[in-house]
Design a protein around this ligand. Structure first.
Ligand code: ATP
Length: 188
């Protein structure tokens, strides 16, 4: 069976991530989707503002009960920065008989040619790009699958900004994640 690999800062994980991963699992027949929080996003200007442990805790709360979703902390166990190629090499070793499907958003897919060892990434995993209404599609030789996802206009940076100004994040993250954020005074 195929295993999906869904990386991100997950700072915090939100319903955009969860619904996209669920659609990818369904559309591509994935037995498992691994949520892989990064230690440090090489192409992003600012780092996460929750700790790695807090980001993992929120992913655990968000995916609890989903039969196909798992947390994989391999990127947090290596020194930063996290490179997808290293993660895929590691997963290939740990899951030698499984097809790996790398799930990426359209924004990440546009940067794919600039990724470290992009050719090897595309050899290690089939690349699936999440498409949303209104987001331009990425045409690239690297891309194997397109997965239509619902347009959930939410981003982690918007959630952090909402928390900072005391606004509600109800219904954009799972209740358990909203409670964790409030209890731990995150993003303030
Ligand atoms: P930030 O706002 O901090 O940049 P983010 O919400 O984009 O964060 P990431 O953890 O960077 O979240 O995203 C991980 C992956 O999820 C990326 O490939 C991204 O394209 C995708 N993604 C993010 N938000 C959505 C959404 N609303 N719907 C579908 N996919 C999403």
């Amino acid at each position: 069976m195929a295993t999906g690999v869904f990386g991100g800062s997950f700072d915090p994980v939100h319903h955009g991530h969860l619904s996209a991963a669920d659609r990818a699992a369904e559309a591509l027949g994935l037995g498992t989707v691994l949520f892989v929080p990064c230690a440090h996003q090489p192409l992003k200007a600012t780092g996460p503002v929750a700790t790695a442990d807090q980001r993992c805790a929120m992913v655990r709360l968000a995916i609890a009960g989903h039969p196909r979703f798992l947390l994989d902390t391999c990127e947090l166990e290596r020194p930063a920065p996290s490179y997808t190629v290293d993660t895929l090499r590691d997963l290939r070793r740990r899951r030698p008989d499984e097809r790996l499907v790398l799930i990426v958003g359209a924004d990440a897919a546009a940067e794919l040619p600039r990724w470290r060892a992009a050719d090897e990434v595309a050899r290690l995993a089939e690349i699936a790009v999440l498409t949303r209404p209104g987001v331009p599609e990425v045409a690239s030789a690297f891309v194997k699958h397109l997965v239509a996802t619902p347009a959930i206009e939410v981003s982690a940076s918007d959630i952090r900004a909402r928390c900072l100004s005391g606004k509600s994040i109800r219904y954009v993250v799972p209740d358990a994640v909203a409670e964790y954020i409030a209890r731990n005074h995150l993003y303030q």
